[in-house]
Write a new protein. Sequence first.
Length: 339
Amino acid sequence: MTKIAVLGAGSWGTVLGSMLADKGNEIVLYGNNEEVNQEINEHHTNELYMKNWSVNETATATGDLNKALDGAEVILFVLPTQAIRIVAKQVGQILTETGRKPLIVTATKGIEPGTKKLISEILTEEIYPNDTDKIVAISGPSHAESVAQKDLTAISCASTSKTNAERVQEMFSNDYFRLYTNSDLVGVEVAGAVKNVIAIAAGILVGKHYGDDAKAALMTRGLAEITRLGVNYFGADPMTFSGLSGIGDLIVTCTSVNSRNWRCGKQLGEGKSLDYVLHNMGQVVEGATTVKAVHELCQEKQIDMPISEAIYRVLYENSNVDAEITKMMGRSPKQEIRL
């Protein structure tokens, strides 16, 4: 039995924690909502994030980070990007005091505005300086709601350490959840983060009543932007973006009502304000944060990402959606295949 501390008791944390408990692991969920923690412990449910679904009865929840980490061999981060550095710093302090060096796994998809750093870079800085081999990222076409219903799911499992990637692959895989290892940690993370921005754009098109052609064009050109950023700035392997964490995750996030980013975009396309959408979403819309970091990178490094830049202007500069679409379709002719 392996003790796994799951940091984040939202939909993904609860579902992954329960799935790992099903395999006989000792699971402790850490969250700052004491009502959710109590509900998980007493009723084995989490109605705030996963309605009409039961959590494995052996999984427990706590608001005490020290208790969650005590004896943990693996720490799974399933927190919003904006909370990663804060909690990682606390984790680093606790591990330094105890001398323990558990494996770190992240299921968070984002880029930190300001620093423009990926989640693995933040975790390395705050927990294991200069040791990226201890970090593993899982990412790919999946929604918590689908995994909770045991839909057939395949995702990427990435690390600079083949041994650690294979360890996580074995730990998470079951008869409905399959992981493929990948050595391109940064590529997998870039793909997982920026697809959320493109998903907002996909939702906007639906909200504006555009059809299949528009959605196909958006996803294809969105993938080109993600690849361009990943290869030119982060040094990623271009093949990664043709895989599960690239085109696979982009497809599911741009087409599913389970995607918070897609739902956010759809409401924006229908004319609702960003403040209204974010206030009523109930959960974090990662793309709305990641697009700030993408915008900073585009400005700093002159990376051509017109869709992402348009979404930034719509979200944070009050630009008109129709005007942005007109502007994009009227851009000067380009060659399709380029980096």
